[in-house]
Ligand binder design. Structure first.
Ligand SMILES: NC(=O)c1ccc[n+]([C@@H]2O[C@H](COP(=O)([O-])OP(=O)(O)OC[C@H]3O[C@@H](n4cnc5c(N)ncnc54)[C@H](O)[C@@H]3O)[C@@H](O)[C@H]2O)c1
Length: 239
């Protein structure tokens, strides 16, 4: 079966990886609405919502649906990092990072799922993190959330496959975005981006477009036999 409508929601579409994914999907012929905490001023298909707020997500989805039709593609790229020694991590800090990175995915999938079930076709791509594979000191909350996103991806793939919906995860590793540069500026990377490039097998930092390309493939018709997979895009930093 082919996609009945080409309407996508990309969360975190106001910056970095999400922004590149939205741009790529538009170039591939999708109608794309972004959903982010930060509005994108020049784009009337940019919706402002906090993914941790189920009511706000449902309202944004309803507005997208009205404007562009049922949503059959969802890319969950909204994310929040955090760096703190575990001994100093408050439960509130733990909870916010889990809320954004994991519960945000829960709310967004629950919102769009009826559209995909009605269509008998859907594509969900969750942007997790290579840190879920490698672990990362001072990021216990983030690594826990992103590991859970990988687990959720596998569980949903099995549950939703019979309904024509594929669910995959793309864990990025070291992508040049405001999130990465912010961590570099705060000296939280254990060296500069340049230092890390020397330790990256392909000898460059990843670009948001590298992640967008993987998403575009997983969303395509020809990727219909791929589900429940964790497709690392990390220049060989994790194998
Ligand atoms: N850059 C990297 O190297 C890297 C590595 C691993 C994983 N990731 C993941 O990739 C995704 C995109 O990250 P990025 O590097 O582009 O970061 P970014 O900070 O540039 O973009 C993240 C976007 O998510 C939005 N966002 C944050 N909290 C939100 C919320 N509660 N509701 C709605 N939107 C919210 C932000 O406003 C921002 O626009 C994130 O999930 C991140 O965890 C990035």
């Amino acid at each position: 079966m082919t996609a009945p409508t080409k309407t996508a929601i990309v969360t975190g579409g106001g910056s970095g990886i999400g922004q590149a994914i939205a741009k790529r999907l538009r170039a591939d012929g999708y109608s794309v609405a972004t959903l982010d905490l930060r509005p994108v001023h020049d784009d009337d298909l940019a919706f402002t919502a906090d993914v941790t707020d189920a009511t706000a997500v449902l309202a944004a989805h309803a507005a997208v649906r009205e404007k562009l039709g049922p949503v059959t593609v969802l890319v969950n790229a909204a994310g929040l990092d955090g760096f703190k020694r575990f001994a100093d991590l408050s439960f509130q800090e733990w909870q916010r990072v889990i809320d954004v990175n994991l519960h945000g995915v829960f709310h967004c999938v629950q919102s769009v799922l009826p559209d995909m079930l009605d269509a008998g076709w859907g594509r969900i791509v969750n942007i997790s993190s290579s840190s879920a594979h490698s672990g990362q000191p001072f990021m216990a909350h983030y690594v826990s959330a992103k590991s859970a996103v990988n687990g959720l991806t596998k569980a949903l793939a099995l549950e939703l496959g019979p309904a024509g919906i594929t669910v995959n995860a793309v864990p990025p590793g070291f992508i040049d975005t405001p999130m990465l540069r912010g961590a570099e500026q705060k000296r939280l990377l254990g060296g500069s981006v340049e230092d890390h490039i020397k330790r990256t097998p392909v000898r460059r930092v990843g670009q948001p477009e590298d992640i967008a390309a993987a998403c575009a493939f997983l969303i395509s018709e020809e990727a219909g036999y791929i589900t429940g997979q964790i497709l690392g895009v990390n220049g060989g930093r994790n194998t």
